[in-house]
Design a protein around this ligand. Structure first.
Ligand SMILES: C[S@@+](CC[C@H](N)C(=O)[O-])C[C@H]1O[C@@H](n2cnc3c(N)ncnc32)[C@H](O)[C@@H]1O
Length: 242
């Protein structure tokens, strides 16, 4: 990989800034193909349903009332809003995204929905603007592949989860290493291709960060690029002996 992490962030941010200001739901892929049910999307603003995900992590995250949920790379806010329905007013959902235009779109959507248990923060998922051990469930939808340093992302997830908390992530992975002509192509980074890791390398990066019980809950598609939804746990705090 000849591009620096900063160059990749700049390319990806510019691409999603354009998407945030130009995309309309009429051109987005059918969300039911990504695992969403039409009924769960019916009350969301069209501007939140951008067709940028590659699964439906909220559906598999077992979010409970009162939970604090964190969405990595929250885009227009679709999964933040679906999670907020599950946490109810007693819980809250924080979306983190590095692209100001995307955050603005998500804020407008939250305003339309009148939600006061959601919050959007600007930041990198490699340097989360979130306190240690403050999150019950971290979700993410088609974002970690865009981060040049996945190990740092998973280390940050481990830091912010409370002991016993979990990560449920949908993401693009590959069936083997990609050629350098692809991994060095800036446009291929922004389109969720160049940064995709081989499936087992992705799961090993989670384990290397200290996440446990890594379990692939769902796989969509096959071939060189496909999507998986994975659950992983932060180990519970050890019991204190008296
Ligand atoms: C493919 S979109 C997915 C958006 C949303 N999760 C969804 O399913 O609709 C990727 C989003 O992640 C954000 N993003 C990409 N890399 C990031 C990083 N390293 N840190 C924070 N946000 C990032 C982009 O700005 C964009 O909003």
């Amino acid at each position: 990989m000849t591009q620096t992490d900063e160059e990749i962030h700049t390319t990806v941010r510019a691409a999603y800034a354009r998407v945030a200001v130009t995309s309309s739901s009429c051109c987005a892929p059918d969300p039911t193909a990504l695992g969403y049910h039409p009924e769960e999307l019916a009350d969301l603003p069209d501007e939140a349903v951008m067709g940028l995900g590659c699964g439906n992590p909220v559906a598999l995250a077992d979010i409970e009332e009162g939970d604090t949920v964190l969405d990595l790379g929250s885009g227009g806010g679709i999964d933040v809003f679906l999670a907020a329905r599950k946490t109810g007013a007693a819980g809250r959902v924080i979306g983190v995204d590095m692209t100001p235009e995307m955050l603005q779109r998500a804020e407008v959507n939250a305003g339309r929905l009148g939600l006061d248990n959601v919050e959007f923060r600007r930041g990198l998922i490699e340097e989360l603007p979130v306190a240690d051990a403050s999150v019950d469930v971290t979700i993410s939808n088609c974002v970690i592949n865009l981060a040049p340093d996945k190990r740092r992302v998973f280390a940050e997830v481990l830091r912010v989860l409370r002991p016993g908390g979990r990560l449920v992530v949908s993401d693009i992975v590959t069936d083997g290493p990609l050629p350098e002509s692809v991994t060095d192509d800036p446009a291929a980074w922004a389109s969720c291709v160049a940064g995709a890791l081989p499936r087992d390398e992705y799961l090993d990066a989670m384990r290397a960060a200290g996440l446990t019980d890594v379990d692939v809950l769902k796989q969509d598609g096959s071939g060189p690029l496909f999507s998986i939804t994975v659950r992983a746990m932060k180990p519970p705090a050890p019991e204190r002996s008296v």
